[in-house]
Design a protein around this ligand. Structure first.
Ligand code: FAD
Ligand code: NAG
Ligand code: NAG
Length: 507
């Protein structure tokens, strides 16, 4: 008698799901009946390379965050994805240098005496947070209050330089310092996806790990990492356009009927698939929508997920980060500067009237506008939180006029020199397959929640029901590398290895 193959279903064809599939297949070959179901009409998930105005751009994952030891960097090197490319690509010249910091109203901020001291202050504060040397502000566990306390201490002890070059009399030194500091905070918002930095857990910062070495982009495009992972899978493994709605499983507490195989998956096209194991790799946003029972969104579980899992999903943070690409009209082709924007503070929601500024609120937390490489006429700005969600809802014309108002407010001298012809932006927050961009440890949660996210179901020993019915992978399940492509990659390896160990396959 030939034993029936164990049936493994992977939900989601992002880097976590495809890494799990790659690993399972590479080590076991035909031992398992392996299928990947993906809701969208493409693979890659939050990795998506495309072309805009002739340049190669990334709509999602952009950087290899540190090349020393990164598994994504290892694939990129092995597959020759870092070689010169025929197409110009985002940040082909590395991280931009020599920023021009401009204050709202249009004067250039002195780099040595004003901009740099504030960015050094900010960097020192965040370095302390990362090494665990940071003391939280009284009664406030978030990064937000800690940073503000650092700024106030700095202002109380610095000797006001007479050499700031501050000639604009509508700005005080303090107001300008605050604007420059807010600019740094906006970077933190896009790096972490936390809309409000007071929701970002300060003590969890010290557990986050980064690889050493340069941060680089992939000349052939991030999506080539995805193509590499899928190329080794047998044809027909991946099914697109299959949106999972409901997972039925056997919890072993008497609430669920015995079934063999124990897992039953219901899709939005009414099809049903049975499996021994399912690896769920959907985003934390999709899992949150499921437990909030938002109509038609997310994935439901029957029986419901146990409390420990539901609570971890509920507590962890998952924010929105979007990228806005802007194509300059070709007449204005002189190189656009790496422009950092020091907005006047306190006008985010409705203050624009008071200062007779036409700059809309949703662009007032944008840290910079920068060409995607030095001579490119494609400009990029990053958005986070409320501003990102609003950006997603606007039509192209509204975005273009908002950007023009901003350029006029910051660069009055080039009023007509730079016009935006077209824009392209991501919509990670509203796309039902993601419902956000990446996860962070909120003040309501702790680093342990990431481990709880990774725990398979059913939980507990000596249950009468089959083990490892539901496994969880994805960036939001990695304790020290959450929010990244390599964190997602490691989580896929981890869950594949869990099943391989269970079946005593490989080492
Ligand atoms: C704007 C942006 C910039 C980023 N920049 C970087 C960066 O520079 N460096 C870095 O390392 N990381 C970056 N990231 C994060 C990185 O992209 C993610 O951490 C990583 O790609 C997540 O992979 P994943 O496999 O965990 O999830 P996903 O890529 O989200 O894969 C999950 C898949 O599940 C599918 N799915 C969802 N619901 C269902 C359903 N009901 N049924 C079936 N399938 C479903 C989705 O369509 C998706 O394809 C960025 C992300 C964004 C959005
Ligand atoms: C925004 O408007 C409200 C009332 O409409 C007002 O109380 C508040 O001070 C305004 N905020 C700013 C920054 O102008
Ligand atoms: C923040 O994270 C730490 C470390 O994981 C945890 O101990 C703590 O409970 C969390 N919450 C707060 C409010 O600090």
């Amino acid at each position: 008698m030939v034993a029936k193959k164990a049936k493994i279903v992977i939900v989601g064809a992002g880097i976590a799901g495809l890494t799990a599939a790659y690993r399972l297949y590479a080590i076991s070959h035909d031992l398992f009946d392996l299928t990947v179901f993906e809701a969208g009409d493409r693979i890659g998930g939050r990795i998506l390379t495309t072309v805009f105005s002739g340049d190669r751009i990334e709509m999602g994952a952009t950087w290899i965050h540190g090349i020393g030891g990164s598994p994504v960097h290892a694939i990129a090197t092995d597959q020759n994805l870092l070689e010169e490319s025929s197409c110009n690509w985002e940040r082909m010249d590395g991280f931009p240098s020599g920023p021009l910091t401009i204050a709202e109203g249009g004067f250039t901020v002195n780099q040595d005496h004003l901009a740099r001291p504030i960015s050094s202050l900010y960097r020192r504060l965040m370095d302390d947070a990362r090494t665990g040397d940071a003391k939280s502000a009284d009664g406030h566990p978030g990064v937000g209050a800690y940073l503000r306390q650092g700024l106030l201490q700095y202002q109380a002890t610095r000797t006001a330089s007479t050499n700031t070059g501050l000639e604009d009399d509508t700005w005080s030194l303090e107001a300008l310092e605050e604007s420059l500091f807010a600019m740094e905070e906006c970077t933190e918002r896009t790096c972490t996806s936390a809309d409000d930095l007071s929701d970002l857990n300060l003590s969890a910062e010290s557990e986050y790990r980064e690889f050493p070495g340069d941060h680089i982009t992939i000349s052939k495009g991030y999506s080539r990492i995805i193509e590499h992972l899928t190329s080794a899978l047998p044809p027909g493994t991946i099914h697109l356009g299959k949106k999972l709605c409901l997972i039925k499983w056997c919890s072993g507490d008497g609430a669920s009927p015995e079934r063999s195989p124990p897992v039953r998956l219901h899709f939005s096209d009414d099809s049903v698939v049975d499996a021994d194991h399912v690896i769920v790799t959907v985003s934390l946003g999709v899992l949150k929508a499921g437990i909030m029972k938002e109509d038609g969104k997310g994935i439901k579980f029957d029986p419901a997920l146990p409390d420990f899992k539901r609570e971890a999903i509920g507590r962890l943070g998952f924010g929105v980060v979007d990228k806005l690409f802007m194509e300059m009209e070709t007449e204005s082709r002189e190189a656009f500067p790496f422009m950092r924007l020091a907005f006047r503070q306190g006008l985010e929601e409705n203050g624009s009237m008071r200062h007779a500024s036409k700059i809309p609120w949703w662009i007032r937390k944008t840290e910079s506008i920068c060409p995607i490489y030095r001579e490119s006429h494609v400009l990029l700005a990053w958005f986070a939180g409320k501003e990102a969600m609003h950006l997603e809802s606007l039509d192209d014309e509204e975005i273009i006029s908002g950007v023009h108002a901003t350029l006029e407010g910051f660069l009055p001298s080039i009023k007509t020199g730079c016009r935006i012809a077209s824009v392209k932006r991501s919509r990670w927050g509203t796309d039902p397959s993601f419902l956000g961009s990446y996860s962070y440890v909120s003040v309501a949660s702790s680093i342990e929640d990431l481990d709880l996210m990774a725990e398979p179901l059913p939980r507990g020993k000596g249950l009468e029901v089959p083990r490892l019915q539901i496994l969880f992978a994805g960036e939001a399940t990695h304790r020290t590398h959450y929010s990244t492509t390599h964190g997602a990659y490691y989580s896929g390896i981890r869950e594949a290895d869990r099943l391989l160990r269970f079946y005593n396959v490989g080492n």
